[in-house]
Design a protein around this ligand. Structure first.
Ligand code: HEM
Length: 154
């Protein structure tokens, strides 16, 4: 069961971030203000309601699965997790909520675009860290060939 929960959370969380990130860039470039407001609303509901439980599920089930594991891969994944969680809860969630409010009110000022830039940077950082956790997770599960013998220690 924890393995299944981890697999679902571990796939869903990076998928959400990647979807929000790509959709934001495309709509900001090519969409109208109405389309931006629609996307901001979707990112909050249902977006955040999927992303936050997915991160929590991946983190908690990952820690459970790692109880019987030793090695560099598991230690590195553990170290990345607080950064992923803090970045998600303290940066991505507030950014998404404020951007949604401002976009709904038609306020597309400098503050909106500064916060939008912060959200994209935080999203890129989380996507990178989650991508590395997926890669190391697949190595630990034996689904991905390690590139060096050291990486196989687990
Ligand atoms: C958002 C963060 C995380 C993501 C995206 C993620 C992703 C993944 C993925 C995709 C797998 C492969 C699952 C499979 O194919 O069966 C995996 C495996 C694994 N992950 Fe994570 N993971 C995350 C956090 C963690 C954390 C914090 C730990 C704890 C150290 C952890 C420990 C493990 C372990 C032990 C496995 C191997 C499970 C097995 O034996 O099959 N993960 N992870």
């Amino acid at each position: 069961m924890p393995k299944l929960v981890h697999r679902i959370g571990g796939v869903l969380a990076p998928l959400c971030i990647a979807t929000f990130f790509l959709a934001t860039i495309l709509i900001e470039w090519f969409g109208s203000h109405e389309a931006v407001a629609q996307l901001k609303s979707l990112i909050v509901t249902p977006g955040l309601w999927i992303l936050i439980p997915a991160i929590a599920a991946a983190g908690s089930s990952g820690l459970f699965l790692s109880r019987s594991r030793r090695g560099r891969l598991v230690d590195t994944k553990k170290k990345r997790m607080p950064i992923i969680a803090a970045n998600g809860l303290l940066v991505l969630v507030p950014c998404a909520i404020f951007l949604n409010r401002w976009a709904a009110a038609g306020t597309f000022d400098t503050t909106f675009y500064v916060v939008q830039a912060i959200e994209l940077i935080a999203g890129a950082i989380n996507l990178t860290l989650m991508g590395l956790n997926v890669r190391d997770g697949l190595r630990m599960a034996g689904r991905f060939r390690a590139s060096s013998p050291a990486a196989r220690v687990s």
